[in-house]
Design a protein around this ligand. Structure first.
Ligand SMILES: N[C@@H](CCC[C@H](N)C(=O)O)C(=O)O
Length: 276
């Protein structure tokens, strides 16, 4: 049996396994089965801790419920950093993903701040299928149009809308995620500007669907809002699961994300019982 933790950041929930001492028999089919909310444990992302490469405290592998692998997960980054910090007594932790190193530090009030790295703004960073202006993508569907895109280690497009409650996110999300403009698919954000320091955001996540919060999506939203002249560089992003405090730092273009972490239960899994 393999121990696991169920964690979440603002309701964006994770099954977290520890593969640092032994390689775990994880396959895309097993991830999908365990992530299933009726026949498995249920989660938005399936996270495996792997041995720390030189220069990092842990390697974090991120998989979506459809079995696909992702380069970034802001909410899981905070959760994993808090675990490693509890083990090591450190207040600063370096989490490595396939997209690079993320530096996370403990903040007052049980919060954690992750440096999500630089937003990457070129069309081939996102990536897009062809050259286009990432500040105004040639993309429209139903009531939404003209998103801005960037990469936070994973692909994001943000649509700015007048009334978020009027947007049929579950209907538009899957079609936009898989639009041919996005060769790797994309996470799709719908953002309403409430003030120069406050955004409301709903995310349709690539490989996961609607989630209660998305840290990399909030990062992309603040970056794209600032690029459009809609908000200041520091703003609160309110998602269905709660708030993240975001900053797109002027000095180096890094995005800083501050928010909570939670462990809600622990258990054991028979990985072999979840298919091949
Ligand atoms: N929930 C995450 C993002 C998870 C990965 C995403 N679905 C992708 O495929 O890129 C976050 O908090 O950033």
């Amino acid at each position: 049996m393999t121990p696991f933790r169920k964690m979440h950041g603002l309701g964006n929930d994770f099954v977290v396994l520890d593969g640092r001492d032994r390689a775990l028999p994880i396959t895309p089919a097993r991830v999908a089965a365990i992530a299933d909310r009726h026949f498995g444990v249920g989660c938005d992302q399936f996270i495996v801790l792997e041995p720390p490469p030189p220069g990092a405290d842990v390697f974090m592998r991120i998989r979506n419920p459809d079995g696909s692998e992702a380069g970034a997960c802001g909410n899981a980054t905070r959760c994993v950093a808090s675990l490693v910090a509890a083990e090591t007594g450190k207040d600063r932790v370096v989490v490595r993903t396939v997209a690079g190193d993320l530096r996370v530090e403990r903040m007052p009030g049980g919060l954690w701040r992750a440096d999500m790295g630089p937003a990457r703004l070129r069309w081939d960073d996102v990536p897009l299928a062809h050259k286009a202006d990432t500040l105004h993508l040639p993309l429209a569907l139903g009531p939404v149009a003209d998103p801005a895109a960037c990469s936070m280690g994973n692909p994001h497009a943000t649509f700015f809308v007048q009334d978020l409650d009027a947007i049929p996110v579950a209907e538009l999300g899957p079609r936009l995620e898989t639009d041919p403009l996005f060769p790797d698919r994309a996470n799709i954000g719908f953002a309403q500007v409430l003030s120069r320091t406050h955004l409301r955001l709903v995310i349709w996540e690539r490989g996961a669907g609607l989630t209660l919060a998305c840290g990399s999506g909030a990062s992309a939203a603040i970056v794209n809002a600032v690029r459009r002249g809609l908000t200041e560089r520091r703003a609160t992003v309110t998602m269905p699961g709660g708030d993240l405090t975001m900053e797109w730092r002027e000095s180096d273009g890094h995005v800083l994300m501050t928010g909570p972490v939670a462990t809600v239960f622990t258990g054991t899994l028979d990985l072999e019982a979840f298919g091949a």
